[in-house]
Design a protein around this ligand. Structure first.
Ligand code: ARG
Ligand code: ZN
Length: 872
């Protein structure tokens, strides 16, 4: 059934404090909970207390020490109802038992690699004990754990450790107290035999915080980068947002079986181990950057998420969008701002735009859901971050900071809403944000169209800018958004051009604010026809359609002072060529030559850094081209066109690329820093282009693979050979697998490369991998590396016209759904591109989806995705 935002009402009872006692053991874990409960003043006598609970077996229940009669309560598959609780403060005591061992959903308390751990967000706590499992129920927690010393010498929970000792019988205990009231989704516990590294951080006000990262024994030496990232995050949040840490300890635990990236449990962050472990031989530069980002993200949640949490799950974006914005800013400050922005926008375009333009489109703050787990999406996270970024852009840095300060001051300790968040900015600055709020409520990527004209006689320049958002499921009509457009006009000599006055719309310094369907801005006193540079820094998450010519774009690529738009201009040039070609319009030699010389010039430009050049030399990926085509897409054709463009542009300058490639060779010991990783990214980009455009490329890649001294270089070589499935591929993949046998995170890389191959044999090879009895069929990382990569990153084979790719995926979903519905549902979202495909492929997709639906008995997670997918 469906949950609606409009039905929100606080619970009639409040849980003030929680005392939990876990008796952890091999067979079962027993949980005794003492909840101090109090009716709200307005609660009528006889109002039942309804607690959530799932897969629990209740063994005792009492109120204020007196066992309850059978008629006084009802325990069912959804929870526990106390029929007529006292109309005063009371203590409800329950005891349940759990089977963490058989918990393959990985929600609630489960066992990973022998370690007991928890994942509660969003609704996992109800699988641990009967509770008000909703984010607006804030309580203080005290947790006592006992466990066999031999199996679990380490006992961790939220907050501060207040006692520990021997419990007899080979068991020991620990008591943890978290003084900060929190919702149940932030609860966590870990018990296991773990190694650790420790460090400390002293906050600006002088609090010494003990830091520890726990992991599987033997992996301690792979945790240093995560620790370093944590300390930098703590310092950054003090500097940038004035936020200090608030407990005496901060613990991170790396576990092998985890449904997502990581979780911000108060004082006890639990991480998917792929986002903790790094050493140069097995982790790539991208892995290092990802670890840094996610360590920061979870740490930043301590304020944006934990101290201030969400009133209900419709507000998820309140903590996630804001925290992604904060982690993006952290990465920008720690690394290169321009390159970070390009990365973030590439990710938005290849993941969020397709979601927003397909059957699963939803508002960043949705107003209904059937399964909240299906709303941990790139729209909530990444578009949510873009909305916060636009707010900062519209208000300016100083006023944005004022609003954030007020947010922390006003809402600390609360569970709140998007409205409250926007109100602090309105109150702090006096700016009316009513219309701006529409960004949170409306789904779909706005399409912005720009036309310009120059009149030499009157020296006026006009820009007509209009916006339109197409209907999305459940939202047939759309209203205009407030769109900040950072811009500049560039004169014929490449330098910025000024103007005397602007009429017709709102222009503040270097920003146009478009808040109507259409405006025409007239700039007077413009001496020459300018080229406009619009949406600098990608100042709004929109798709722009302008009438800039290829020449204009090549001009911008050379002269724009905004690095993002210089990059963007090159992307636009190659996208336009590929879209034309896909539609059957051959490109002319002149166009290819112009693009080639712009790219060669970029490569040779000493004033640009390597990481930026690597991005500039990237040809837009297939999903982007598909979306630019818009309908009746044939992914095979898209793939062919992209390959042809790469060959046409780069083959004639292969020797230049190769010389640059060799010039970037370095023998200094590996470090994950910005300069080194930028250099590697450019060198590996050149390698990839050489493999795709020159005869000697594959041999060069095979050589690099063999000689590499770090995973970044080794995997880059393997990935390009694997994707092209050149004759070298099988042997290199086999070598890779044995060379790193026993390292599951490297096995994931092998799976990723295996799933990316464009040849027709890929599906059979994937079937064989999954059928191998030694394949860890319950580990989310392994499953996603193989099948997640295939659906999201191998459109040619996934969307095969014979339907083999679609069927492979629906069979996989049917199987995995019985054990881990979240992994299954996530994989199924890969079908979201199906309405865009040409008729034959579209039919094949539809028939695979309808067959899946006809088979029935899917989890709520997968059924929800499937229903929405087929509704379009
Ligand atoms: N709050 C966690 C994070 O952003 C992610 C939790 C994911 N939960 C889920 N059901 N998908 O860092
Ligand atoms: Zn988060």
């Amino acid at each position: 059934h469906t949950i609606y935002l409009k039905d929100y009402a606080p619970s009639p009872y409040r849980i003030v404090s929680v005392d939990l006692d876990f008796r952890i053991g091999e067979e079962a874990t027993r949980v005794r909970a003492q909840l101090t409960v109090e009716p709200r003043p307005e609660t009528a006598p006889g109002t039942p207390l309804v607690l959530d609970g799932e897969e629990l077996s209740l063994s005792s229940i009492a109120i204020d020490g007196a066992p309850l009669m059978l008629s006084a309560y009802a325990a069912g598959p959804q929870g526990l109802t106390i029929v007529e609780p006292p109309l005063r403060r009371f203590v409800l005591e329950t005891e349940v038992s759990l089977q963490p061992e058989g918990n393959t959903k990985l929600m609630g308390l489960y066992r990973s690699n022998g370690v007991w751990c928890t994942q509660c967000e969003p609704e996992g706590f109800r699988r641990i004990t009967y509770y008000l499992d909703r984010p607006d129920a804030l309580a203080t927690f005290k947790v006592t754990m006992t466990a066999p010393l031999a199996l679990a010498p380490v006992l961790l929970a939220n907050g501060n450790l207040v006692a520990k000792g021997d419990a007899g019988d080979g068991r020991h205990f620990a008591v943890w107290e978290d003084p900060f009231p929190k919702p149940a989704y932030l609860f966590a516990l870990v018990a296991g035999d773990l190694g650790s590294i420790t460090d400390s951080f002293t906050t600006a006000s002088g609090r010494k915080v003990d830091l520890a990262i726990y992991c599987e024994h033997g992996k301690e030496d792979q945790c240093d980068w995560a620790m370093d990232s944590l300390k930098r995050s703590m310092a950054w949040d003090e500097r940038r947002f004035g936020r200090e840490y608030d407990l005496d300890m901060f613990n991170i635990v790396a576990v092998s079986d985890f449904n997502f990236g990581a979780m911000e449990n108060k004082g006890l962050n639990i991480f998917n181990d792929r986002l903790v472990f790094a050493k140069p031989e097995t982790a790539t530069d991208a892995n290092y950057a990802g670890i840094e980002r996610v360590i920061a993200h979870e740490y930043f949640h301590n304020w944006t998420g934990n101290r201030i949490t969400c009133r209900d799950w419709f507000q998820l974006c309140l903590k996630e969008g804001l925290t992604v914005y904060r982690d993006q800013e952290f990465s920008s400050d720690e690394r290169s701002r321009a390159v970070q922005r390009i990365h973030d926008v590439q990710n938005l375009r290849s993941a969020q735009f397709p979601e927003d333009g397909g059957p699963l489109a939803h508002a960043p703050r949705p107003d209904q859901y059937r399964e909240i787990n299906n709303f941990y999406t790139t729209t909530v996270y990444e578009k949510g971050a873009e909305i916060v970024r636009m707010l900062a852009t519209l208000l300016g840095e100083a006023d944005f900071r004022k609003g954030m300060d007020l947010y922390f001051e006003r809402h600390d300790g609360e569970a709140t809403t998007i409205e409250a968040f926007l109100t602090v900015f309105a109150d702090a600055t006096g700016v009316d944000l009513e219309q701006f709020k529409t960004w949170y409520l409306q789904a779909g990527t706005p399409q912005v169209t720009v036309k310009d004209a120059y009149d030499a006689a009157s020296q006026t320049y006009t820009l007509t800018i209009s916006q339109k958002t197409e209907p999305t499921p459940g939202q047939p009509t759309k209203s205009p958004l407030v769109i900040p457009i950072k811009f500049g006009l560039i004169g014929p000599n490449g330098s910025p051009m000024g103007w005397n006055a602007v009429t017709g719309g709102s222009v503040r310094d270097d920003m146009i604010v478009l808040d109507q369907e259409s405006v025409t801005l007239t700039f007077s006193g413009v001496a020459n026809k300018p080229v406009p540079s619009l949406f600098r820094g990608f100042s709004a998450p929109v798709q722009v359609h302008s009438d800039l010519t290829q020449e204009d774009n090549l001009f911008l690529a050379r002269h724009d002072s905004d690095p993002f738009n210089r990059w963007e201009a090159l992307q636009d040039v190659s996208t336009a060529l590929m879209v034309d070609a896909a539609r059957g319009k051959a490109w002319g030699n002149a166009a290819i030559e112009a693009l080639r010389s712009a790219l060669a010039e970029t490569l040779a430009n000493d004033s640009l850094d390597d990481a930026f050049k690597a991005q500039a030399l990237t040809i837009p990926d297939e999903s982007l081209i598909a979306r630019a085509i818009g309908s009746d897409v044939d992914p095979e054709r898209v793939h062919a066109v992209r390959s042809e463009l790469i060959r046409a542009v780069f083959a004639p300058i292969a020797s230049t690329l190769e010389a640059a490639y060799h010039g970037l060779t370095s023998t200094v010991p590996y470090a994950p820093d910005t300069a080194q990783s930028g250099r590697r990214s450019l060198r590996n980009r050149l390698l990839s282009l050489l493999v795709q455009s020159s005869d000697g490329g594959a041999a060069l890649a095979a050589k690099q693979y063999g000689e590499a001294t770090n995973m970044t270089d080794r995997l880059a070589a393997l990935a390009v050979i694997g994707a092209q499935w050149t004759p070298e591929a099988p042997a290199l993949l086999a070598d890779f697998r044995t060379r790193f046998a026993g390292d599951p995170l490297v096995f994931d890389k092998w799976l990723t490369v295996s799933a990316s191959a464009h040849d027709d044999g890929v599906i059979e090879r994937m079937r064989a991998i999954l059928a191998d009895p030694s394949f860890p069929r319950n580990n989310p990382n392994r499953l996603r590396s193989l099948v997640g990569t295939f659906v999201m990153g191998n459109p040619v084979q996934f969307t095969r016209a014979d339907g083999a790719g679609f069927r492979f995926v629906t069979e996989f979903v049917t199987d995995v759904d019985t054990r881990n519905p979240q992994v299954a549902a996530r994989v199924l979202t890969g079908f979201r591109i199906w309405p865009l495909l040409e008729p034959k492929r579209r039919e094949a997709a539809r028939s695979a989806l309808t067959a899946l639906q006809a088979a029935g008995s899917l989890s709520r997670n997968s059924a929800d995705i499937l229903t929405r997918m087929l509704a379009s």
